[in-house]
Design a protein around this ligand. Structure first.
Ligand code: CAA
Length: 391
């Protein structure tokens, strides 16, 4: 396999970026890829894998060193995440959600006490975080959520259900968005709070685990709250601003999913390139056929374009560029569609062998699909991109 796929990244990488990326690649090669097929089949991820990510510092990559994090820039984090996805997309999404959503939200809006109590253990890998925004009837239309937070002495009482919770199965805490204000028909962003909910709280009920098409080892569950009491010191920031905090964090989350998609696409491309060299038909390796060359060229070009756009979007986030929101949506849109394209073509390169579970491209094809759906569908990304054109 040409090294060029590994060499590439957004621009020239610093020695530290190369080191982190190579560490992630080595971990993925030794500890993830050999088990990916089994974890997919069993639809289960051993908790030890999360512990290993914590030991590497990969559960606090963007968090400053004062809270035990690695304090890295977004580009370096995404380089590592892409390599983890190259090894196993389910592990990567667990890592992405934890790093991009709950830890970032507590870092940005938490009190010093909340950072000590929740952020530090999350960064050390002692607690895995989840993010609960969606509900059965509130997906793309996040503002229509109905889970209710009612004011009581010293805190809030939560009631309602949340859907599609990544890490919800074995996570330790959930940041849950619930409605704090029902005084009028709220269609806007205000009147929704964000609550830090430990998963062992009284009234926290784990619902069904979804039987998914892909990324099966990443456990996606429903949860519900039954008169669950949250003390005031577990409310994040302003109790009316939770949706805004969530949508802001999702800009970073979308970069994470773009990196996951790029990792999946890279893996599929590498398998296809190798197979086209080994597989012989009509007396020659199939890569000698121009039809095959065109396919591989299109696949490789999309992978590189996805990575380049991701690098641009990551740099925009770190520099506070006004275009960061739009670029994050562009990166997520392009990379997830590239992953779907590349994995579909990889199955085609493998022919019948691509359609059976004995070869990994079948799993990669299934793993790719959800990157076009979670953390905002491709349609939502297009809405965000188009809206930003008129700002
Ligand atoms: N960044 C920052 N702020 C944003 C934002 C963004 N990307 N998108 C919206 N906002 C702000 C707006 O500026 C607005 O603020 P003000 O009220 O102060 O003006 C507020 O949020 C509400 O925005 P809109 O008025 O535009 O709200 P809307 O109801 O028309 O819809 C939307 C906005 C873009 C469609 C939004 O609801 C959205 O992104 N939906 C998709 C939800 C989503 O991505 N869910 C992911 C689930 S989590 C998940 O998948 C994680 C996992 O486990 C893998």
């Amino acid at each position: 396999m040409p090294d060029t796929l590994l060499q590439t990244g957004p621009g020239v990488l610093s020695p530290e970026q190369q080191q982190i990326r190579d560490l992630a690649r080595q971990f993925a090669e030794e500890n993830l890829r050999p088990h990916a097929e089994e974890w997919d089949r069993e639809a289960h991820l051993p908790r030890e894998v999360v512990d290993q990510l914590g030991e590497l510092g990969f559960l606090g990559m963007l968090i400053p060193e004062e809270f035990d994090g690695l304090g890295l820039d977004t580009t370096t984090y995404l380089l590592a995440l892409e390599q983890i996805a190259w090894g196993d997309a389910s592990v990567a999404v667990a890592m992405s959600v934890h790093n991009s959503l709950p830890t970032q939200m507590i870092l940005s809006h938490g009190t010093p006490e909340q950072k000590e109590c929740w952020l530090r253990p999350m960064v050390r890998g002692e607690m895995l975080g989840s993010f609960a925004l969606s509900e059965a009837d509130a997906g793309s239309d996040a503002a229509s959520l109905t889970a209710q937070a009612t004011r009581t002495d010293g805190g809030w009482v939560l009631n309602g259900s949340k859907a599609w919770i990544t890490n919800g199965g074995f996570g330790d805490l959930v940041l849950a968005m619930c409605r704090t204000d029902t005084s009028e028909d709220r269609r806007g962003s205000k009147g929704i709070g964000c609550f830090i909910v430990p998963t062992d709280a009284d009234g926290y009920v784990l619902g069904k685990k979804e039987d998914k098409m892909g990324q099966r080892a990443s456990e996606t569950v429903g949860i519900s709250f039954h008169d669950l009491f949250v003390p005031d010191d577990q409310v994040l920031g302003d109790p009316g601003m939770g949706l805004i905090y969530a949508l802001q964090a999702l800009n970073g989350g979308r970069l994470g999913i773009a990196a996951v998609a790029t990792g999946i696409a890279t893996a599929a491309l590498e398998y296809a390139v190798r197979y086209a060299d080994e597989r012989r038909q009509f007396g020659t390796p199939i890569r000698q056929f121009q039809g095959m060359q065109f396919k591989l060229a299109n696949m490789a070009t999309r992978v590189e374009a996805a990575r380049a756009l991701l690098g641009r979007a990551a740099a925009a986030k770190d520099s506070g560029d006004a275009a960061a929101t739009q670029l994050a949506s562009m990166a997520k849109l392009f990379a997830s569609e590239a992953a779907m394209y590349v994995t579909t073509e990889a199955v085609q390169v493998f022919g019948g062998y691509g359609y059976i579970k004995e070869y990994p491209v079948e799993r990669l094809f299934r793993d790719a699909k959800v990157t076009e759906i979670y953390e905002g569908t491709s349609e939502i990304q297009r809405i965000v991109i188009a809206r930003e054109l008129y700002r």
